[in-house]
Design a binder for this molecule. Structure first.
Ligand code: FMN
Length: 269
């Protein structure tokens, strides 16, 4: 008997794909792509769902730093409650006066410093920040009788590898330093990151920005300097120290908070 030919329908692309061995290149690529998509969906979902928590943590971190520089932080303290004793205000940096143009509780200083509408490009830029916001949030700490106890000012500028962000706390006279600390930077641990060392930070307490004539004398430098105004540079980290010297002088100077501090202490801000 003659053999009967079997006629098979041509396979679709899916059928051909299914028929491939499991360790074939197309199937390996397919599994890798599906896995990547699945993982990226999980990462995206986690990023979106954690955003509010990250925002809250960032805010709390900033508040902790303000409490620390003002000497009001202790382990276990209710940060929100203590922070409520500060009065955030926006300063117009051009006039050195308070302004109510923005809500101080929600004003985003960092966003403002890169917004061309709200900031000014710096020609003379010792702190190496590029643009300076025209408006800055400061924090007032008052005594029970309403008089000023301390003012907390944000400061930032470039070190060796990174921009250092921090706060300086000044006494009610706008001249004596209560404390200074950075809460964000990427300087090298053991070298530039020693700006976080409590022993180095402690040097700032009790120093004065200006002398009796109003000259800005605060300095971070190697060796010795005027006792009331000198902070020792970090050993092995002169470049970060120079950055701190530059940024403190910039923010405490005429282009920074000097006009505001004059107005504040004269009761005219
Ligand atoms: C890997 C590496 C990381 C460094 N990180 C820093 C730093 O964060 N800040 C800094 O001022 N110097 C840093 N330095 C050292 C500087 O290059 C420079 O030698 C130093 O600032 C000079 O300080 P001195 O005069 O006190 O020795 C680093 C050096 C190396 C090799």
């Amino acid at each position: 008997m003659p053999e009967q030919d079997t006629i098979t329908a041509p396979l679709s692309w899916f059928g051909r794909f299914k028929a491939l061995p499991v360790d074939s290149t197309p199937k390996t690529i397919f599994v890798a792509v599906v896995l990547c998509l699945f993982c990226s969906m999980i990462v995206a979902a986690a990023a979106v769902s954690l955003r509010p928590t990250q925002g809250a943590n960032k805010l709390r971190d900033k508040q902790v730093n303000i409490l620390q520089v003002a000497g009001l932080y202790a382990q276990g303290v209710d940060v929100g409650t203590v922070f409520a004793s500060f009065e955030p205000r926006i300063v117009d940096m051009k006039t050195g006066m308070f302004t109510d143009m923005f809500d101080a509780a929600t004003f985003d200083d960092r966003a403002a410093s890169s917004d061309p509408e709200l900031s000014t490009e710096l020609k003379d830029d010792p702190a190496m920040i590029g643009r300076q916001s025209n408006f800055t949030t400061v924090y007032l700490l008052k005594n029970s009788d309403g008089s000023l106890d301390k003012v907390i000012l944000p400061i930032y500028g470039y070190g060796l590898w990174s921009t250092l962000y921090g706060f300086i706390a000044l006494e009610e006279n706008g001249n004596d330093i209560f404390g200074l600390q950075f809460y964000e930077h990427a300087e090298t641990p053991g070298l530039g990151a020693e700006v976080d060392n409590p022993r180095w930070k402690a040097q700032w307490s009790g120093k004065s920005l200006r002398d009796g004539d109003g000259s800005l004398l605060i300095q971070v430098a190697k060796g010795t300097g005027p006792e009331k105004h000198h902070v020792d540079a970090l050993a092995g980290a002169t470049l970060t120290s120079n950055g701190v010297d530059n940024l403190v002088k910039f923010w405490m100077g005429e282009a920074g908070f000097a006009p505001f501090l004059r107005n504040l202490t004269a009761g005219e801000a």
